[in-house]
Design a protein around this ligand. Sequence first.
Ligand code: ADP
Ligand code: MG
Length: 302
Amino acid sequence: MKEINKMLDQEVNQVNLIHSYQEACSNKEFKKFIETLPIEEEILMKYTSNLEDAFEEEKNCKNCKSLACCKNKVVGYRYTPEKEKSIIKFSYQACKWNQLAMKENAYKENLELFDMPIEIKEASLKEVYTDDKSRVPIIKYFKEFMEKYQKKENPKGLYLTGSFGSGKTYLIAALLNEMAKKKVRCALVYYPEFLRSLKSSFQTDYNERFDFIKTSPVLLLDDIGAENESNWARDEVLGPILQYRMQNHLATFFTSNLTLEELESSLAITSSGVDKVKARRIIERIKQLTIPMELIGKNRRN
Ligand code: ADP
Ligand code: MG
């Protein structure tokens, strides 16, 4: 008796499956959609409801103009059927807009930020203000830098000084984003905060952090001179980083509100006293690594 009931149930199920499949196929668009799939009808029938979902998502995609307009359940993805032996597997596949965005954003993987705002990864040379003549020689140098870098000629970085808010950080970040698009790994470090966090990582990942900065193929030390000077920061952090980068010809950029002369005076005086020789040594290394340039301009910060 049990066996007969089971058989009857199966038969009823089968009839229901066929019925809902045929009903769904009365929609011509749906029928067309499933005809594009290289899957036999006996298999398709078992998945009517999922196929209807997939069909709806495909319809959304057809009329879609950008990622921002996505109407699908998972933004940027389409519920997609695929035959695997005698079953259909459904998965979420990235749509063309999503794929394009992923491709356009791939360069961001090459940018490592340390206490820098995430939007800095959007800085672009194309958007650099052109209304300001003081940017022209810098942009010109950027071109030279990129050419030489590609030819492995170890070009020098920049020591970019200038007033607060003139756009120093933005400019260098725009260059580094460009380098990242050429698959060069770059680290952008807000130096005063980096020092603070390095100091508090003695018990944890101090060496990893320090070595990462030291060895990054391209490095920006942003806002150097804005930190509180200490012997430790000067002699155990900055000195060895610069020394290593000099010896290994690694491209290094700085931004600062201080000129090199002012930075030298600032580095000489620490909480433990005055040491002009050690300050001089740091400046010599910066001079080996960079060309000094100035960005004068109005404050762009709101
Ligand atoms: P600085 O480092 O010289 O203090 P920033 O690079 O931080 O100045 O720039 C100041 C503000 O102006 C920031 O909010 C930055 O995003 C914006 N900014 C600077 N240059 C540009 C640019 N070319 N296009 C768009 N925004 C810019
Ligand atoms: Mg800055």
